[in-house]
Write a protein that binds this ligand. Structure first.
Ligand code: NAP
Length: 257
């Protein structure tokens, strides 16, 4: 019988020490999962793991480094497998397109897209199940944290929007390719969410007013509101949901005028 929890699941959350990733890791832990959090700052990783002693493990690594991604894959094997992969770590450099140096937009792509793609590939053999994910089976789940910027222009910079659009399509393609291995793949697209990443934007009163004016619910999201949707997608309760992009946006994408 499928339950509204994540008991018995092992999950990797990249960027799990701050913002949306931290909220996802904490939601998973409170639903009974074991979680491996990855972030670059070792002290933050240590702080997180000691706050969730016994249930959380951590690793300081840069997911935009191929060498570190290999280390993560080795660590997962030693850990005894993987049921849920959350590609959350992301970044942005906001500029007009002509102002970017080539290495700047490549950096955005490297973390927001290629890191997640490579982790999907490296984790495939750990995630895959023997069957095609029948109604009673406990399947595996990949959730990629994209953005509404992958669907419409929100003036967050062209490379960011491109990287998130590619991540949404990557999720659809992998969903179709990996269904026979019992792996569901979805993406979640937040609109503005109160985290350190967007503090500089939300701190500008004029910009904030425009953002709220574009949001039917009239407020930005809390990271926990994004985490709740990710947790549902990670659960066996979502066993027939794959290839979807779910916006957590207070109605923003639905609004025309
Ligand atoms: N906040 C929003 O409004 C919003 C809206 C739409 C989409 N998103 C997406 O949601 C995701 C999370 O955003 P956030 O706002 O929570 O970001 P955040 O507050 O900046 O937190 C990012 C987390 O990722 C880690 N991280 C960054 N670069 C990393 C790397 N190369 N390797 C490993 N870990 C790394 C950071 O820790 P270290 O610095 O220690 O590595 C931190 O734990 C991103 O993909 C972002 O694009 C956010």
């Amino acid at each position: 019988m499928k339950k509204w929890n994540l008991a018995g699941k092992k999950a990797l959350v990249t960027g799990g020490t701050k913002g949306i990733g931290r909220a996802i890791a904490e939601e998973f832990l409170s639903l009974g999962a074991e979680v491996l959090v990855v972030a670059r700052n070792a002290a933050d990783v240590e702080e997180f793991v000691s706050a969730w002693k016994g249930q959380a493990v951590g690793m300081a690594a840069d997911v935009s480094s191929a060498e570190d991604r290999m280390k993560i894959a080795l660590r997962l094997k030693e850990w005894g497998g993987l049921d849920v992969l959350v590609n959350n770590a992301g970044t942005n450099i906001r500029k007009k397109m002509w102002e970017y140096a080539g290495e700047e937009y490549r950096k955005v792509f490297e973390l927001n897209l290629f890191a997640g793609l490579d982790l999907c590939r490296l984790c495939f053999h750990l995630l895959k199940r023997g069957s095609g994910g029948g109604a009673g089976d406990s399947g595996a789940s990949v959730v990629n944290i994209a953005s509404v910027a992958g669907s419409v222009d929100v003036q967050s910079g062209t490379p960011y929007g491109m990287s998130k659009a590619a991540m949404i399509q990557m999720s659809r393609n992998l969903a179709a390719e990996w269904a026979e291995y019992g792996i569901r793949v979805n993406s979640v697209s937040p609109w503005y969410t109160d985290t350190p990443l967007v503090e500089p934007v939300l701190g500008q009163p004029e910009r904030l007013e425009r953002i709220l004016g574009r949001t039917p619910m009239g407020r930005v999201a809390r990271a926990e509101e994004v985490a709740a949707v990710v947790a549902f997608l990670a659960m066996d309760k979502a066993s027939y949901v794959t290839g979807q992009d779910i916006a957590v946006d207070g109605g923003m994408l639905a609004k025309g005028l």
